[in-house]
Design a protein around this ligand. Structure first.
Ligand SMILES: [Zn+2]
Length: 219
């Protein structure tokens, strides 16, 4: 497998575990079912992060001929490649999310839409797009992709997953008390309670955004 295939495998396995570990008997709120849109990617992105964790990679990432375990140097390169220009990427995601959310907060018409996007870009763009740029006309994610007023959910799930990830990794990757609580609270209870409540029950506090900055190599 290429490393990006491993990342995908971990991501989808995160969704799978959400289903497999559920103890909820009501189908509509068991596993992934009934979980809020902005939290459904939390378990998948959470597990995905472990595809960059040296202790995890060294369990299985070996050269197919020599059997050599992936070196620390190679792992550091993988992480550096992942984080290349991550701050610019994050700004762009924030631009999309803010524009989408504001756009759905009231009826915007005609030129107002461009003005709204211009205002958002004043906060998020390092390089101002040319006046002929009509990105908003082709923003299919929110007009035909089901993400209307929900584009922010990508980032929000990353905030939850980065926070939970570091809470566990900093305690010790394997067999930590928090990892156990993640399984018993977040995975086992599916959509039977709000993810906001489950997160606080697992972590003992509200989530913090600074962990996503650390994960992206920005902090
Ligand atoms: Zn997913």
């Amino acid at each position: 497998l290429r490393h990006d295939d491993v990342v995908t495998l971990f991501h989808e396995m995160g969704h799978t575990l959400h289903h497999l570990m559920s103890r909820v008997k009501e189908r509509g709120v068991s596993g992934v079912s009934g979980v809020e849109w902005d939290a459904v990617e939390f378990p998948s992105q959470f597990l995905e992060n472990f595809a960059y964790e040296p202790q995890v990679l060294k369990l299985f990432a070996r050269h197919y001929e020599s059997g050599d375990v992936l070196s620390d140097e190679m792992i550091a390169k993988l992480i550096r490649a992942k984080n290349f220009q991550s701050a610019l990427f994050m700004l762009r995601q924030l631009e999309f999310a803010l524009f989408d959310f504001e756009l759905h907060s009231r009826l915007y018409q005609g030129e107002e839409i461009q003005h709204l996007l211009d205002r958002v870009r004043e906060r998020t763009s390092l390089i101002k797009p040319p006046a002929y740029n009509k990105f908003q006309n082709g923003f299919s994610h929110i007009f035909s992709g089901g993400y209307s007023a929900g584009y922010y959910s990508y980032k929000w799930a990353e905030v939850l997953s980065a926070d939970a990830y570091y809470a566990i990794v900093d305690e010790g990757v394997f067999g930590s008390e928090l990892a156990h609580r993640y399984k018993e609270v977040v995975l086992a209870k599916g959509g039977s309670q709000s993810m906001q409540e489950l997160f606080v029950e697992m972590m003992g506090r509200e989530c913090e955004t600074k962990h996503l900055l650390r994960l992206s190599g920005i902090e």
